[in-house]
Design a protein around this ligand. Structure first.
Ligand SMILES: NC(=O)C1=CN([C@@H]2O[C@H](COP(=O)(O)OP(=O)(O)OC[C@H]3O[C@@H](n4cnc5c(N)ncnc54)[C@H](O)[C@@H]3O)[C@@H](O)[C@H]2O)C=CC1
Ligand SMILES: O=C(O)CCC(=O)C(=O)O
Length: 454
């Protein structure tokens, strides 16, 4: 293809497809971004001359390694670990680690690609990366989790560092796992540095990192509603997941006067018509974070409905939705059902929880739709602040971090409006997908151009 010709979406995606066989999630993520930025590139030829999108869609490197560990019965077990370092034009690679049986290279490439845009949107100097393993933490003892984390870090340590690549948590990786990985990094390298974020408060963690992703997703929802003269108060909210992001999304929804009524895990979802209040949320935290039980228990304890067979909550009537479980959990049919039920706003707490066709349905209906790379950036935003605190060897006060998180989310909303807002539209419609993609792209692209062909 001639270098003079900016590719069409089909040509661009076709090339990505051919180079990345069997990686549908990666292709989906790249396609969504390309659909937003190719027109912008046409109007700004320097980005085409420097082949920026082509370079961003090719990770700087993908490291894959064997993770060998022993279970409680003494059996030797083997898993595969990865770190995808997508782009470090604006700062060290930064992004979570996922432990889940579904993890493969394509899923981590999609997450690292998304992370590059998300991190740029925060306004902080962080590049994009993601890692993980197909290890399944479900049903493992604490000792097995520790041995796995140690084995994982025994290889990962050579690829990460406080100024190189700073991992954090994601699905299946929370405070416990970060602690075990940090301990192993320290043991191997004899260095006490901020190589991971999401650490415990006793050893270099930041106030509100645990809450930041869920809180941030609801702040973004609040900002979208405010932009059209509304607020979350009094609205029924459908939430999926029941892990870190879902729990804190529910907490912030309650604080803002909304009524969350659902939660889910991989077995199914609960529907509590009376609303999930603070006391019920405390039960969920104990159930999921300490006892590591199944969400069905909530239904038995509080007399709520439980829908099994891995059902998702999108058929439940509600006006707000905050998907917080995993990728592609909202299909086009789900989107239609949600629109029929009167949904007015969707804020993605999870990464890419909405299939592309479903995103198009929400956009055609002109409801408020916030993509994960904008809406869930509060987590990595506070991770960036944890890095700053670690470098300076200080801890900021909680209310300062609360204020900074609120500012970061507001700043992301403003950037989305700048690049995705319609001029002259009567309904003040903002295409948040386009806004987030173009805003993230411009920041990374300009840094790449400044740094030459590398
Ligand atoms: N933890 C963080 O700071 C951030 C997380 N995210 C995203 O938020 C989402 C949730 O992550 P966390 O809450 O941290 O993880 P978590 O491990 O604490 O919770 C994940 C939840 O999703 C459910 N889930 C996972 N896979 C599922 C599947 N295949 N079907 C149905 N339910 C499933 C789990 O049962 C659990 O309730 C993920 O998409 C993650 O990438 C995004 C930004 C930051
Ligand atoms: O805090 C971080 O570094 C990354 C969080 C994350 O994995 C994400 O934003 O998806």
């Amino acid at each position: 293809m001639s270098r003079d010709h900016v590719p069409t979406l089909e040509e661009f995606v076709d090339g990505v497809d051919k180079r990345n066989p069997g990686q549908p999630e990666f292709i989906q993520a790249v396609k969504e971004v390309a659909a937003s930025v190719l027109d912008y590139i046409k109007d700004h030829p320097k980005y085409h001359e420097h082949q920026i999108l082509e370079r961003m869609a090719e990770p700087d490197r993908v490291v894959s390694f064997r993770v060998c560990w022993q279970d409680d019965q003494g059996n030797v077990r083997v898993n595969r670990g990865y770190r995808v370092q997508n782009n470090n034009a604006i700062g060290p690679y930064k992004g979570g680690i996922r432990f889940h049986p579904s993890v493969n290279q394509g899923i981590l490439k999609f997450l690292a690609f998304e992370q590059t845009f998300k991190n740029a949107l925060t306004g902080l100097p962080m590049g994009g990366g993601k890692g993980g393993s197909n290890f399944n933490p479900k049903g493992k003892s604490d000792a097995e989790i520790m041995r796995f984390c140690q084995a994982f870090m025994t290889e990962l340590y050579r690829h990460v560092g406080e100024d190189t690549d700073v991992p954090a948590g994601d699905i299946g990786v929370g405070g416990r796992e970060i602690g075990y990985m940090f301990g192993q990094f320290k043991r191997i390298t004899n260095r006490y540095v901020g190589v991971l974020t999401g650490k415990g408060m006793e050893y270099g963690g930041s106030p509100i990192r645990t809450e930041a992703t869920g809180y941030g997703a609801v702040y973004f929802l609040q900002d979208m509603l405010k932009h059209v003269g509304k607020s979350p108060e009094g609205h029924v909210a459908i939430v999926s997941g029941s892990g870190n992001v879902a729990q804190h999304a529910v907490e912030k929804l309650l604080q803002l006067g909304a009524k969350p009524v659902t939660l889910s895990d991989s077995d199914g979802f609960i529907y509590d018509k009376n609303g999930i209040d603070e006391e019920k949320l405390a039960f969920v935290k104990e159930l999921k974070n300490k006892r590591r039980g199944r969400i069905e228990e909530y239904a038995r304890k509080f007399g709520a409905e439980f829908h099994g067979d891995a059902a998702r909550p999108w058929r439940v009537p509600g006006t707000l939705a905050v998907p917080c479980a995993t990728q592609n959990e909202i299909t086009a049919d789900d989107a239609k059902m949600m629109l029929d039920n009167g949904i007015i706003a969707v804020s993605e707490g999870a990464n890419m929880p909405t299939e592309l066709e479903a995103v198009h349905r929400f956009q055609q209906a002109r409801i408020l739709f916030a993509p994960g790379k904008a809406a869930n950036a509060g987590g990595v935003g506070v991770s960036g602040l944890e890095m700053s605190q670690n470098s300076a060897r200080i801890t900021w006060k909680e209310d300062e971090l609360q204020r900074l998180l609120r500012d970061i989310m507001q700043g992301i909303h403003d950037r989305c409006v700048k690049y995705g807002g319609e001029t002259g539209g009567k309904d003040k419609y903002v295409d948040y997908v386009k806004g987030a993609n173009v805003a993230g792209f411009v920041k990374v692209a300009d840094a790449m151009i400044a740094q030459g062909v590398v």
